[in-house]
Design a protein around this ligand. Sequence first.
Ligand code: PHB
Length: 393
Amino acid sequence: MRATRTLPLAITMTLALTACGGSALSGEGGDGGGDDTVKIALLVPQSGVYAPLGKDMEAGFRLYLEENDDQLGGKDVELTVVDEGAGPEDGVPAGTKLAQDDSVDAVVGVVNSATALGLTDSFDEAKKPLIIANAGADAITGKESSEYVWRTSFANGEVGSAIGEHVAEEVGDGSVYLVGPDYAAGDEFLAGFKKSFEDAGGEVAGTQMTPFGKTTNFQPYLQKVRNADPDAVFAFYAGSEAVTFVQQYDKLGLHENIPFYATGFLTEGGALEAQGKSAEGIFTSLHYSSALDNETNTAFVEAYEAENDGPPTTYSVQAYDAGNVLDEALEEGTSGDDIVAGLQGTGEIDSPRGTWSFSDQQGPDQTYYLRKVAQQDGAWTNVVEGELTKPSS
Ligand code: PHB
């Protein structure tokens, strides 16, 4: 992480204006910014069930800029924020437009796996870097994707896989029921869990996928869970779906009777605040918690809380770290190939999640933590219980 510097007023105003505008600034036009300027577009949801995640990502990216004089790689940043929308029907056209817009040097963001999968070819063809700061579909990065697509978040399979062995130990001879939204990410989180859970001797009682972005009444699905009489549940949900699912799990009386495990997105930030006591005792797997005890995180949480209403989330950190890696990469120059060469040269990233580095799949090689929802200093928190087995995928 770069040293903290104070944000000049003029730059704050430029950033505020570009954020409202929703389209790239023209500057010199043509090939992105001039030698001293770089144009970055942040593509995050401002509508749909994942809108709260987009807000956290924007706050994380802006914090990195503020702490670094609104410069990345020694160049002034012109930032524009573009709505990813509710799903690929909005996000793919919005992202494709940015890939083809010569005035934009690099794009950061993308929450939804289906959207990211629909964008990799356009960025590859345009030779423009796309730094995915959330979407986890396993095939987005790596050999089968593009040298221009990088990721500062996670691979879906890994998050589920990390906790499978632990749950198998906890339930012993018992069985676990799997639930998630019916799209690329839901499938992969559950598949990653299933593989490591079954490899460790666990038994799956059943699987229920729910229509993504359209389900506000989970009761018929939860009834099926209850009828299967499992010894535990494992789920992936995020954003507003996570709030509804957890509240209804509690309301139907499942909370007291069936231990609940999940990917950590279920209980992040605003979702956990809304769930409150209905989330108490849920165990999750994730690569971050705002309660992580390390120096970088302590400084990050303090700076983030000074600018925002609540503590940072994993979404904020993923975008903050995208700023960090771009800061290093842009020292090479602003062309797509310069930025890729810079990304290839990044070593250990000093992150609030703990140090990590890029794997040969162009995504983080990082630690996953076991977290438990409990009250700490009067606030519902993902208390860190320990580190999980390193995922194999
Ligand atoms: C995804 O679509 O990859 C996704 C969305 C929300 C999350 C995590 C992953 O919280």
